[in-house]
Design a protein around this ligand. Structure first.
Ligand code: IPD
Ligand code: CA
Ligand code: CA
Length: 343
């Protein structure tokens, strides 16, 4: 019996309850008569995942969801999303290569507990160059380069070349490239790319959200009981600690558990994929959440600020999830809101 290594197929609907170290996951096409010749390309609609650990084999059955293709078999991706994907993959390559030799990465402190590396800057340049090649007239707001005005300010790209720099620097394999395109102030295209797991989350306004080309949807729990929420600690704004941890304590009694994974862009993408049921964090910058916001919304989540309004672009305070989760999250946050947090 031969087992084929997990292929780099565009789009796996990943089960949320499966052990998922990708390098450990093997695939067997049970439909193939000749299992020895099973390859990445001949898999059918029905197959099994085998997760091999040292002593256990876990088997789960998955079904593919139809990929978004036109009748001619071509991807129907919007051309500007296509460029965003190309830019994100180019940056992802820069990051993944540098991750193999972390000792060579140059780290600088740019603020309180806030770091930037030569890799953030190189990845950002790769994104800007890719966008500029196709759309030299568009304007760009990038975390490390600031505002780069173009001749057409209706089109604005919002870039975080490496969201989760602390994880990257420490060798924690959880970070992403985040690229959004706003047209006349409305986010139209979004990509969040995790280069380590080769997971590409994307969305076009009005056309749903996808993971590696497959449709994803957020969960819609009725209550906080049983939910897994993601959050970010206010590590750059420690004056918010008391209020933040009061909210955390109140919430923690109701939810199943909480994650602080270290990349707001991926937190939002994971809400979209139904891996997390909700997310809340304060003081984010537009590049942290511009892409993830659209992906989460297109997957069925709603996004508000801490007061339940839509002013999160100004405050960077986000509450995300299904409508009932957001409502209950807001009611837990409300009693602890300080003046500066409620804006
Ligand atoms: C950070 C991450 C983190 C969040 C911070 C962000 P960076 O982005 O998204 O999860 O808690 O507020 O600044 O600095 O790694 O790009
Ligand atoms: Ca960021
Ligand atoms: Ca960053």
């Amino acid at each position: 019996m031969a087992l084929a290594a997990l292929p780099m197929l565009p789009g796996w609907e990943v089960p949320i309850n499966t052990t998922r170290t990708f390098s450990n996951i093997l695939l067997l096409d049970i439909n193939s008569k000749n299992a020895d010749s099973t390859t990445a390309t001949n898999v059918k609609n029905d197959f099994y995942f085998f997760t091999i650990t040292t002593s256990v084999v876990i088997i789960r059955r998955r079904k593919f969801i139809q990929r978004s293709l036109t009748s001619s078999g071509e991807s129907d991706m919007h051309p500007m999303l296509n460029i965003a994907v190309r830019a994100a993959r180019n940056a992802g390559n820069v990051i993944a290569k540098a991750y193999e030799q972390l000792e060579k990465v140059e780290v600088q402190q740019k603020g309180s507990n806030d770091f930037v590396t030569n890799v953030d800057k190189e990845a950002e340049l790769a994104i800007i160059n890719t966008i500029r090649k196709s759309y030299p007239e568009h304007s760009i707001v990038a975390e490390e380069s600031g505002e780069l005005a173009g001749s057409d300010n209706d089109y604005q790209w919002i870039i975080d070349p490496l969201d989760g720099t602390t994880n990257f620097v420490r060798g924690v394999p959880h970070f992403a490239v985040s690229i959004a395109l706003r047209v006349k102030g409305k986010t139209e295209q979004a990509v969040v790319y995790d280069p380590i797991n080769n997971e590409l989350f994307s969305a076009t306004r009005g056309a749903g959200a996808q993971l590696n080309g497959y449709r994803i949807r957020s969960t819609q729990p009725k209550e906080l009981k049983g939910t897994l929420l993601a959050t970010g600690f206010p590590f750059k704004q420690k004056h918010h600690s008391e209020a933040y941890f009061n909210i955390f304590a109140d919430l923690f009694t109701d939810v199943a558990d909480m994650r602080r994974a270290g990349s707001a862009a991926l937190d939002l993408a994971y809400v979209a994929a139904g891996r997390f049921d909700g997310f809340w964090e304060l003081g984010l910058k537009p590049w942290d959440f511009a892409a993830g916001e659209l992906i989460a919304k297109e997957a069925g989540a709603i996004v508000t600020d801490f007061a339940g309004n839509h002013d999160y672009l100004k405050s960077g305070n986000l509450v995300v999830g299904g409508p009932k989760v957001v409502k209950q999250l807001l009611s837990k946050i409300r009693p602890h809101l300080t003046e500066s947090m409620s804006r």
